[in-house]
Design a protein around this ligand. Structure first.
Ligand SMILES: CC(=O)Nc1ccn([C@H]2C[C@H](O)[C@@H](CO)O2)c(=O)n1
Length: 109
């Protein structure tokens, strides 16, 4: 069964809902999303649903191959992106770029 839920740190909610952040970079444990499927997005901290996304692609990437295009898609500088990835996944080099598009958001949000 493919995963139908993903969590994001609450601080990223505004840029996900604005459509400015269109990828997330995760480890192997979170790499099993299926392109074309709908996934519910919840906050990591409180498990609050705030939107749905459609998975566009899941692509392996090495930490050293992260570039300015990934940073643009994350709506971050490359320096900040690499620092955040290193905070979340210290010493992990094999990662996955999950590209998505915003489908529906909480009308009360
Ligand atoms: C539990 C967990 O790992 N949750 C995550 C992981 C990553 N993100 C964000 C941070 C960056 O913008 C990208 C890159 O991983 O995705 C997140 O919000 N929550």
């Amino acid at each position: 069964m493919h995963p139908t839920k993903i969590t994001f740190y609450e601080r990223f909610e505004p840029i996900i809902l604005s459509g400015d952040k269109t990828i997330t970079i995760r480890d192997e444990a979170e790499s099993h999303y299926v392109p074309g499927t709908r996934v519910a997005v919840h906050t990591y901290e409180t498990d609050r649903w705030f939107c749905d996304i459609e998975i566009r692609s899941v692509t392996p990437i090495q930490f050293d191959d992260l570039n300015e295009e990934h940073a643009r898609q994350e709506h971050l500088s490359l320096e900040d992106l690499k620092r955040i990835i290193r905070d979340i996944y210290p010493e992990l080099d094999s990662l996955y770029v999950i590209e998505y598009r915003l489908l529906a958001r909480d009308p009360a949000g």
